[in-house]
Design a protein around this ligand. Structure first.
Ligand SMILES: C[S@@+](CC[C@H](N)C(=O)[O-])C[C@H]1O[C@@H](n2cnc3c(N)ncnc32)[C@H](O)[C@@H]1O
Length: 356
């Protein structure tokens, strides 16, 4: 029989795309340092998560504030660490979990059992589903569930015999399990890239912003548009789109009457009149894309911009910071929201909007 080991931890847990743990660690360390908090970050290569462990006496609330999930670029989710449990017996995983939680004086509003996005993590999805009802019942019986409690309990399964306990207020954490919005491929969309823009509009804009900034009759330019996955998202919201690409565009999009296809160089093209949106998915050096976006915003050719930065193999966070700084320095008063979305691979997505 396994002997479970319960290790309480004070710090932050961030979930990320496997392969980007180093960037996640760097971001956590930089944010903690900027907030004057001492501790250290750790991650396992391709594990799909990173942790920042606070030194004794450091302010956990300040770390939470400094590392909000939607302020980090490479984290899909960020949670407060509670404990790590290892050596769990498959016959009774819930007993040690209750031991780890009882005596802390905290009830939870709800529970979510999740796994990382790594190959090993995804194999635990069945276990996550099957553990949820008995864990909920056990927590209820132990008086550890209270719908009025401010934080929800997150159980991150690492393996059949080990897990991390964490918690977060729902309003201060990503709404979907693992920080991954479940999007269905829309019928008629010409490429899978369409989900990148759909996710970006969902994650980077609030409900109110989507209502105000994506209205029928608004105008957009899509640079590197072919075959039209991003243009599809704009057309389905009834925007008029100039699609710039030497490649062929989807016939149905052209027949919609909302799309003008221009076979031109995306780096030279400028619209005759300012547009509401510039979107750009051209595969190019990130600095070249950043300079292009800065020029469009600086020349007031567009009000909002949404674009991908394809990342280099090394020093990816440094390159991202450099690109964002380039835009901020050129366009005063611009707000940049940057994230590696679930549908982003070796890239991040950035939204540029006038700051309010
Ligand atoms: C990743 S694909 C875009 C996919 C598109 N967003 C979609 O959802 O279907 C990149 C596109 O950028 C185009 N592209 C690359 N360099 C370009 C340039 N200088 N001017 C215009 N288009 C360019 C390519 O022809 C290619 O179609």
């Amino acid at each position: 029989m396994n002997v479970p080991v319960v290790s309480p931890i004070c710090g932050r847990l961030a979930l990320c795309r496997p392969g980007f743990e180093r960037e996640c660690v760097q971001e956590l360390e930089q944010a903690a340092r900027a907030a004057g908090l001492s501790g250290y970050a750790r991650a396992r290569e391709a594990g799909g998560y990173a942790e920042f462990i606070l030194h004794d006496g450091a302010d956990a609330g300040a770390l939470t504030m400094a590392t909000q999930w939607n302020a980090l670029i490479f984290a899909r989710q960020a949670l407060d660490l509670i404990a790590r449990l290892d050596g769990l017996d498959p016959v009774d995983r819930i007993g040690p979990l209750l031991v780890a939680l009882s005596g802390r004086g905290e009830c939870f509003g709800d529970i979510r059992i999740e796994h990382t996005d790594s190959d090993a993590g995804r194999e635990l999805s069945g276990l996550a589903r099957s553990l949820t009802p008995p864990l909920r019942t056990a927590l209820q019986r132990a008086h550890l569930l209270d719908t009025a409690a401010p934080r929800h309990l997150h159980v991150l399964l690492l393996a059949g015999d080990s897990l991390i306990l964490a918690a977060a207020a729902p309003a201060a954490s990503a709404p979907d399990a693992g920080g991954i919005p479940r999007l269905r491929f829309p019928a008629g969309a010409p490429s899978r890239s369409t989900l990148k823009l759909e996710e970006a509009l969902l994650v980077l804009l609030s409900d109110r912003e989507r209502e105000r900034w994506l209205r029928a009759g608004m105008t957009a330019v899509d640079l590197g548009a072919a075959p039209g996955g991003w243009t599809f998202q704009l057309v389905r919201r009834s925007l008029r789109v100039i699609a710039v690409d030497n490649g062929p565009m989807d016939r149905a999009l052209l027949d919609s009457g909302l799309v003008e296809h221009r076979r031109e160089d995306g780096f030279r093209f400028r619209p005759a009149r300012p547009v509401d949106w510039l979107v750009c998915d051209m595969v190019e050096q990130p600095r070249r894309i950043a300079a292009l976006i800065a020029a469009w915003l600086g020349e007031r050719c567009c009000r909002h911009a949404l674009f991908n930065l394809k990342l280099p193999m090394k020093k990816r966070l440094d390159e991202v910071r450099l690109c964002l700084a380039l835009i901020r320095d050129t366009v005063p008063g611009i707000e940049l929201r940057a994230r590696q979305l679930y549908h982003d691979r070796e890239e991040i997505t950035v939204l540029a909007v006038p700051s309010t």
